[in-house]
Write a protein that binds this ligand. Structure first.
Ligand code: GLU
Length: 369
């Protein structure tokens, strides 16, 4: 029996719009009713909702066919207001207060901002308010874009330390083949590890909103110890059945027994990598097998311009990323101490220099076995 309390629910554009792509009061009403049921049963709900761009279409029709970023940003700017108007009006039928939270990747790359956002969620949830989250499409140019709301919902679930992430979409779950194309397609009811075999089922293409981004979302949350459920929006009483009645519907993704601490998880899955440090085989073995810190002597080369406190990727000689970590040195300092031992480093940087470029405690490894 699960007794999940804090639930992140993600709905895609098609879950809340009609066949023309405009917000559907009927669909939003049924979603709101479900969310309110959970709140009244003592649960906490965070809604991650897409649909801003689609909601802008009737207002600025001329822009809708354009695929460029400024057009999408303008559409989302008008559409987000309209979308929230629907949510606000419909939730008010149930006297349920809501809040709007718009995030870009930049807001969570930075650990302090990440923790600040978590705090805001905490306060809203304490007040029994439903935060409705979307990407801040208006300001999110390419490099600060999360890009898809599946990934966004996973990162939000981690930031608020949710008990479960429910992704509601237009598919019933993960299938071995596309169920619309093949009669042999089998539903995978439970996933314990998102490996290459499972990724194969996502089918070709890594586009936004497809199965691939849903599997990536599952990977992010399960590594943080949070299960994920993927199923269809238009199943009657879906949230009540999943959360309050513990029914098994769709695909359940379970976390591994051993998952990462919040800080290490943030480092691996949320933080942006500001540079690369390539290490030799000796250092790789010391880090992976013996749990050691990264010393200058094991570094082959570095790439990127970073400063002390930044998160960087650690790669082996073949260029495979083995993990990430927070550096004790600026990149130009590391250039001077590559391959040097502790005595040599003291001679170059003085007595107060750190022995480690990345301390073990500030390192998160991709393969933890
Ligand atoms: N933020 C986009 C919107 O509200 C949706 C992105 C997505 O669905 O993944 O239109």
């Amino acid at each position: 029996m699960n007794n999940w309390k804090r639930i992140v629910v993600k709905v895609g554009t098609s879950s809340i719009t009609d066949e023309k792509g405009n917000p559907s009061a009927e669909k939003i009403l049924s979603l709101a009713r479900e969310c309110v049921k959970l709140i009244r049963s003592g649960k906490e709900v965070i809604l991650v909702s897409s649909g801003a761009i689609a909601s802008g279409r009737e207002i600025i029709t001329r822009l809708f066919k354009r695929k460029d970023l400024p057009a999408k940003q303008a559409l989302s700017a008008v559409g987000q207001v309209r979308l929230m108007q629907y949510y606000a009006q419909i939730f008010s039928i149930f006297k349920q207060p809501i809040a709007q939270i718009l995030i870009t990747a930049e807001d969570i790359y930075d650990r302090k901002r990440y923790l600040n956002i978590s705090q805001t969620f905490e306060t809203l949830l304490e007040e029994k308010i439903i935060p409705i989250v979307n990407e801040n499409d208006t300001v999110a140019v390419e490099e600060i874009k999360i890009g898809d709301n599946d990934t966004l919902s996973a990162k939000v679930a981690c930031a608020v330390d949710a008990d479960v992430l429910v992704i509601l979409s237009d598919v019933y779950g993960l299938y071995t083949e596309d169920p619309n194309k093949s009669n042999d397609a089998k539903l995978i009811k439970e996933v314990y590890e998102i490996n290459e075999n499972i990724e194969k089922y996502a089918g070709p293409g890594k586009g936004t909103g497809g199965m691939y981004t849903k599997l990536m979302a599952a990977k992010i949350v399960t590594e943080a110890g949070i299960p994920m459920i993927l199923t269809k929006t238009d199943i009657e009483n879906i949230l009540e059945r999943l959360i309050l009645k513990n029914e098994k519907i769709g695909t359940f993704f379970y976390p591994p027994e051993k998952h990462l601490s919040r800080k290490k998880h943030w480092m691996l899955f949320v933080a942006k990598s500001e540079g690369k440090i390539y290490i030799d085989d000796g250092a790789k073995e010391a880090i992976l097998k013996k749990g050691k810190s990264l010393l200058p002597v094991g570094i082959k080369k570095i790439e990127g311009d970073f400063v002390r406190g930044d998160t960087v990727s650690i790669l082996d000689e073949e260029g495979n990323e083995i993990g990430k970590g927070i550096v004790n040195y600026d990149s130009n300092e590391i250039q001077n101490i590559i391959g040097k031992n502790s005595e040599e480093i003291k001679a170059i940087l003085g007595d107060n220099s750190y022995e480690e470029v990345i301390h073990r405690n500030n390192m998160a490894l991709i393969n933890r076995d």
